[in-house]
Design a protein around this ligand. Structure first.
Ligand code: PHB
Length: 389
C-alpha cells in the first residue's frame, strides 16, 4: 500500500513537471541586447538593434515558433562595467541569449561571463580576435568580422596602390591594435611597411598634435581605425588640416560607414575595405535595403546588416530545435552549418564561429560607400589560438 501511494505521488509529480515543461515551451524566448546606446558608438548600437528587430518582424515576430521578449542594457562601451552589465542580463533577467556588443574591450569581458555561465552569445560587431581565437567556445558566435579581416584586406590594397611607407593611427585598445596588425600583414605581403604607429586613448578625439606628426612624417598613406562619432571627427579634422590633398587616408570601412552624412565633403573619394558596401549586386540586399528604409526611414549600414544577420543565425539554431533552447548541442550544430543569406552576400561560419566572407573595396561617392570590387575573396580569420579549429 505504502509503495503504491509512493508510486502515485511520483506519477503526480512527473505529470506536474511535464506540464511545467509544456508551458515553458510556450514562453517567450528572452533576448538580451547589451549594446552601446550612449557615447561615440551609440548610433552603432541602435543600428544593430534595428537590424535584429527587422528580421524578427519579417518572421512574424517569432523564431523557432516562439515569440521573443527583449531586455536591454546600455554598456556605454565601458569595459570596467561589462561584467556587471552582462550579469544583469544573465543572472537578473535570466535571458536565453545575449546579443552584443560593439566594443572589443567590452566583448572580452562578456565572453568570459558567457563561458563561465554557458550563456549563448551572438556578437553583432566587436571584432576582438580573442573571442574567436583563444577564448573561442561552442556557445559564442559572431555575425560580423574579426578586426584582422578588413585590416588585412586594406593592407594588401594599399601596397598594390603603391604605398611603401605608411603611418597608422587609432584608439589604443584591442580593436585598433588588431586592425593595425592585420593591415601590417597585408601591407607587408604587397611590398609596403609601416613607419610609425600613432595612438590616443578611447574615445578621445583630440587629434591635432597627431595630425601635425603625420604631416611631418610625410608618409605615402595613412591607415586609421576609428568608428562612429570619433570617425566623423577624425575624417573632418584630417581634411581640415589639408592632409587629404596629398596623403591618401585609408581604413577599414568603419571609418566611413554610417557617418557620411556628417562627414560630407571631407570623405569624398576615400577608399576603405569592408564586408558590406553600397550598390552590391546581391538580390537579398535589395530587399533588405527597401525594407530597412521603410521601417526606419534611413539607409542601412554595416551595423544594421550585422544585427539582421545575428537574428538570422539565431533563427537557424532555434528553427532546428523548434524553439527548445535546451537542445543546445543541436542548436549550436545548426548555426555552425548554416549558410546565412546575408545582405552582404551569403556567408558560412568558420570552425571558430566567425564569418568567412568577401571583403569589398569601396569608394566614397556622395553619401555612399560605393562598391568598387572584391579586395579579398572568402577571407577567413586566422583564428590563432582557437582550440575548435
Ligand atoms: C570594436 O571595438 O571591435 C569595434 C568598434 C567599432 C567598429 C568596429 C570594431 O566599427
Amino acid at each position: 500500500m505504502r509503495n503504491h501511494r509512493a508510486t502515485l505521488a511520483r506519477v503526480a509529480i512527473a505529470a506536474a513537471l511535464c506540464g511545467a515543461a509544456g508551458a515553458a515551451a510556450q514562453d517567450k524566448i528572452k533576448v538580451g541586447f547589451m549594446l552601446p546606446y550612449t557615447g561615440t558608438y551609440a548610433a552603432l548600437g541602435t543600428a544593430i538593434e534595428n537590424g535584429f528587430r527587422l528580421y524578427v518582424q519579417e518572421q512574424g515576430g517569432k523564431l523557432g515558433g516562439r515569440e521573443l521578449e527583449y531586455f536591454k542594457v546600455d554598456d556605454e562601451s565601458e569595459p570596467s562595467k561589462a561584467v556587471d552589465n552582462m550579469n544583469k542580463l544573465v543572472k537578473r533577467d535570466n535571458v536565453d541569449v545575449v546579443v552584443g556588443t560593439v566594443h572589443s574591450g567590452v566583448v572580452m569581458a562578456m565572453a568570459k561571463v558567457a563561458k563561465d555561465t554557458n550563456t549563448l552569445l551572438v556578437i553583432p560587431n566587436a571584432g576582438a580576435g580573442a573571442v574567436t581565437g583563444p577564448m573561442c567556445a561552442p556557445n559564442i558566435f559572431r555575425s560580423s568580422f574579426s578586426n584582422w579581416q578588413p585590416g588585412y584586406a586594406m593592407g594588401k590594397v594599399a601596397g598594390e596602390r603603391g604605398a611603401k611607407k605608411v603611418v597608422t593611427i587609432t584608439w589604443k585598445y584591442a580593436a585598433g591594435d588588431e586592425s593595425v596588425e592585420g593591415f601590417k600583414e597585408g601591407l607587408k605581403a604587397s611590398g609596403g611597411e609601416v613607419i610609425k604607429d600613432l595612438t590616443l586613448p578611447f574615445p578621445n578625439v583630440e587629434f591635432q598634435a597627431l595630425l601635425t606628426d603625420i604631416a611631418a612624417s610625410k608618409p605615402d598613406a595613412v591607415y586609421a581605425f576609428f568608428a562612429g562619432g570619433g570617425a566623423v571627427k577624425f575624417v573632418k579634422d584630417y581634411a581640415a588640416a589639408g592632409l587629404n590633398r596629398t596623403i591618401p587616408l585609408y581604413g577599414p570601412g568603419f571609418l566611413t560607414d554610417g557617418t557620411l552624412e556628417a562627414q560630407g565633403a571631407a570623405a569624398q573619394g576615400m577608399l576603405t575595405t569592408l564586408h558590406y558596401a553600397d550598390g552590391l549586386d546581391v538580390a537579398k540586399d535589395k530587399v533588405f535595403r527597401a525594407d530597412y528604409h521603410k521601417a526606419y526611414n534611413m539607409a542601412p549600414d554595416v551595423y544594421a546588416v550585422q544585427g539582421y544577420d545575428a537574428a538570422q543565425m539565431l533563427a537557424a539554431g532555434l528553427g532546428a530545435v523548434k524553439g527548445d533552447v535546451h537542445k543546445r548541442n543541436e542548436l549550436v550544430a545548426a548555426i555552425e552549418t548554416a549558410r546565412i543569406d546575408s545582405p552582404r552576400g551569403a556567408f558560412t561560419l568558420s570552425k571558430s564561429h566567425n564569418p568567412v566572407q568577401d571583403i569589398y573595396l569601396r569608394k566614397v561617392v556622395g553619401t555612399e560607400n560605393r562598391y568598387e570590387g572584391v579586395a579579398a575573396k572568402a577571407l577567413a580569420d586566422p583564428a590563432r589560438g582557437c582550440a575548435m579549429k
